[in-house]
Design a protein around this ligand. Structure first.
Ligand code: SAM
Length: 219
């Protein structure tokens, strides 16, 4: 692939493909036009940064496929268009940058130190005001709760109760729930002390580790 300096043409082609796949939300599509995904992957992966695939970011982890990021982000934006959002699984930092481009106040937690540091360097270089924490994201970020939205970018074995408890009233949790091969995208909305569930398509994520995930031996 021939690379232009800013890869604007490749980014536009990715957005056109997302539209073809059914992503309709104009704000989400704008965020994908704005955020330079190639800055969140290593040098060798840059020519492929705008293909619709997941890519390795080291430590056995991946930057999610653009369609998956767009799908989850649309589920959030359509239900809670503004406010404070917590992401579990910073990975490369790309999803956090997309949330920032949408105008959310963004908090993100990563459990692998090498990824936490690498993503921090990119987010700092771009001067994005994303608040970051190293640790087990299944415990949430109690000091900053409640959140209008929580996005879990790894596969949860069951609905994450601690994260649900950190939602604001009317807040929305987007989380893939299921076994390690396939998970159903699940939206959980808090209504007072009740929780409403909506189920969507199946995806395949890396495991959510930690105390309310698959434990710490599933990388
Ligand atoms: N959102 C990321 C991005 O935009 O690049 C992709 C996330 S990758 C599919 C899943 C990430 O979740 C990995 O970086 C993994 O280390 C992280 N993870 C898994 N379990 C976690 C936990 N309990 N707390 C925090 N991060 C976790």
């Amino acid at each position: 692939m021939q690379q232009n300096g800013d890869m604007a043409r490749e980014r536009q082609e990715m957005v056109a493909q997302l539209e073809l796949y059914g992503i309709r939300n104009a704000r989400v599509l704008d965020a994908f036009r704005t955020v330079r995904r190639h800055l969140f992957v290593d040098e060798e992966s840059r020519p492929y940064a705008y293909s619709d695939g997941a890519m390795s970011i080291g430590f056995g982890q991946t930057i999610s496929q653009p369609y998956t990021v767009a799908y989850m982000t649309s589920l959030l934006v359509e239900r809670r268009p503004s406010g404070r959002v917590l992401e579990i699984g910073t990975g490369s930092g790309y999803q956090a940058a997309i949330l920032d481009a949408l105008g959310y106040e963004v908090f993100t937690i990563e459990r692998i130190a090498g990824l936490y540091e690498a993503a921090g360097r990119v987010l700092d270089a771009l001067e994005l005001p994303v608040q970051r924490r190293l640790g087990d994201g299944t415990l949430g970020w109690p000091e900053e709760a409640p959140f209008d939205g929580i996005i879990v970018t790894a596969a949860a074995p069951h609905e994450p109760r601690t994260l649900m408890s950190q939602l604001a009233d009317g807040g929305v949790l987007v989380v893939p729930v299921g076994d390690l091969g396939s998970q159903q995208m699940t939206v959980i909305r808090r209504r007072g002390e009740r929780f409403e569930h909506e189920l969507f398509h199946s995806f395949a994520f890396v495991p959510l580790c930690g105390s309310e995930g698959w434990g710490d031996n599933n990388e």
